[in-house]
Design a protein around this ligand. Structure first.
Ligand code: NAI
Ligand code: HPV
Length: 525
């Protein structure tokens, strides 16, 4: 039974769903990285929010880990390249908390406009400072949106309801989408110049880090109010403090900080500064949404191989998974076969599908071929890291679907380009379930690819099969199945034998010495 660790506070629905789906679950929150390292090795899945930092070091200790599930959106606390390299799927729940986070941004905007936290503290301190607090209206003001994705567009919608004018800076926002959202697409400088309020809704990336730098803050309108419910690293916090102290920035509300938890911070106590402890996603509704979603996605993956919302792997629905599974087994075997047989550096690989295979989602088939191919050289390769490793090695991967009807109702062909030319193998599924090799380097064969096998190319001449049988028998190697194919009578023949034991180097040398043998290799599947 797969085992999952929930390492950040999560709605109890998550654990309930894991158990209902046949996944064992432990909930252990608040661990230090060292403590997490000590226990992570026993788990197949890790369910987190933003507190757990999934570093390369943690991943190195996670020998059995197959999936990290983020109950939320931002995954900047997960080292995704390190996870991909180790074959661990990383998934998030991209929509479950977006309304809630957008509402928090709007709440903070009101808090700034009307100085609600200060007014509350003063009133409850018995001061009744009616003349101290003077707010601003939101109606008619310009809201500058940095990042117009899921959360940004909900903020834009709510702000329009408040009769604000919304301008948005997002390099990936298309003009059509801007029209649909009713926002004006602008450049960053234009936004900085015009916005009365600025709200940030981008992920933290190398491009967005410090997007509100000292230089950019200096370009803002005097009296600007800034809200950040995205990630701490987006704003230069020291420059923001200066802006607040000089009065250039009339107010700033941060839900997120460069270093969290922020228990001490130079901004604390600064006039017109409002803060919340990363509460953007903290509503009952959002937490139930993300807990259910992350547990369903992770259980689907661990139990049936379905992949949803993965950031480092193509999606594969739980419904598709059973239909694709035999294809992935076939693809992996074909990849492994070419990986074992093709000599030298592989330059490119083409994965072609025809018949029923062409109607399927190709990404998992391609991933499985690459996994089979790369696993020949490394034990730690799987479908997640195989495409990544292929890219790293400069292998050109091509995917082709054919409409044509061939000899088989379904066929997957894998062709690799080597220094000696192209080498191609093809396979089908018998009864839509059992993988069978049907073509090997241009020769028609029909073979199971399983267990220990012996691959021989020889000159087609009488007496050879008898001599081979005698040689193997004398070495105590039992033949399970025997598959033969040839280009033409008396030409080159290919033999694929399944054998009960590993064929060692000494026996291979004897086989190679038999008259007419051109190649003899041991294969394993
Ligand atoms: N405070 C909290 O509790 C929460 C914070 N978040 C944060 O909010 C972020 C945004 O979430 P979503 O809207 O769901 O993500 P999203 O992916 O739907 O939208 C992000 C937008 O940022 C844009 N973007 C990317 N690079 C940019 C750049 N250099 N300049 C301007 N725009 C850029 C993208 O084009 C995209 O439209 C998350 O990445 C997460 O870090 C999310 C949920 C809760
Ligand atoms: O979903 C996100 O990106 C968030 O920042 C929410 O963080 P949390 O799950 O509340 O720690």
């Amino acid at each position: 039974m797969p085992k999952v660790l929930i390492s950040d506070k999560m709605d109890p629905k998550a654990a309930q769903i894991f158990r209902e789906r046949g996944v064992e679950v432990d909930e252990i929150t608040g661990k230090t990285p060292e403590e997490l390292k000590a226990i992570i090795g026993q788990y197949d899945g890790l369910a987190i929010r933003s507190s757990t930092k999934v570093t390369a070091e943690i991943l190195d200790a996670a020998a059995n880990l197959k999936v990290v599930g983020r109950a939320g959106i931002g995954v900047d606390n997960v080292d995704i390249p390190a996870a991909s390299a180790r074959g661990v799927v990383v998934m998030n729940t991209p929509f479950g908390n977006s309304i809630t986070t957008a509402e928090h941004a709007i709440a903070l905007m009101f808090a700034l406009a009307r100085q609600l936290p200060e007014a509350d503290a003063s009133t409850q301190a018995g001061k009744w400072e009616k003349n101290r607090f003077m707010g601003v209206e939101l109606t008619g003001k310009t809201l500058g949106l940095i990042g117009a994705g899921n959360i940004g567009s909900i903020v834009a919608d709510r702000a329009q309801g408040l009769k604000m004018k919304v301008v948005a800076f997002d390099p990936f926002l298309t003009p059509d989408r801007a029209i649909e959202m009713g926002v004006e697409k602008v450049g960053l400088d234009d936004l900085l110049l015009r916005a009365d309020f600025i709200t940030l809704h981008t992920p933290l990336t190398d491009q967005t880090r410090g997007i509100l730098s000292a230089e950019n803050l200096a370009k803002t309108k005097r009296g600007v109010r800034i809200i950040n419910c995205a990630r701490g690293g987006l704003i230069d916090e020291a420059a923001l403090k200066q802006g607040l102290e000089s009065g250039h920035v009339a107010g700033a509300a941060l839900d997120v900080f460069q270093v969290e938890p922020a228990k001490e911070h130079p901004l604390f106590g600064t006039p017109n500064f409002v803060s919340t402890p990363h509460l953007g996603a903290s509503t009952t509704e959002a937490q139930v949404n993300v807990a259910i979603q992350v547990a369903e996605q992770m259980a689907d993956f661990l139990v049936s191989g379905g992949v949803t919302n993965a950031l480092n792997m193509p999606s594969l629905s739980a419904e598709e998974a059973p239909r694709l599974k035999p294809y992935m087994a076939l693809a992996e075997k074909l990849g492994s076969l070419v990986g074992q047989l093709a000599h030298g550096e592989l330059r490119n690989i083409a994965i072609e599908s025809e018949g029923a295979a062409a109607e399927l989602n190709q990404k998992p088939i391609v991933g499985a071929v690459l996994a089979g191919l790369m696993r020949v050289h490394s034990d730690t390769v799987n479908m997640v890291n195989a495409p990544f490793l292929a890219k790293e090695r400069g292998l050109d991967v091509r995917e082709v679907r054919h409409d044509r009807e061939g000899d088989y109702h379904t066929l997957v062909r894998v062709t690799v380009g080597t220094a000696q030319g192209d080498r191609s193998v093809a396979g089908t599924l018998f009864g839509n379930a059992a993988p069978r090799l049907v073509e090997l380097f241009g020769i028609k064969v029909e073979a199971d690819l399983a267990g220990n096998m012996l691959y021989i190319v020889n000159e087609d001449a009488p007496g050879f099969i008898g001599r081979l049988g005698t040689t193997l028998g004398a070495a105590g190697v039992n033949i399970g199945t025997f598959h033969l194919g040839r280009r033409e009578a008396g030409g080159e023949a290919v033999l694929l034998l399944s054998v009960d034991d590993v064929v060692g180097e000494a026996l291979l040398a004897t086989v190679r010495a038999l008259p007419g043998v051109k190649t003899a290799m041991a294969l394993t599947f």
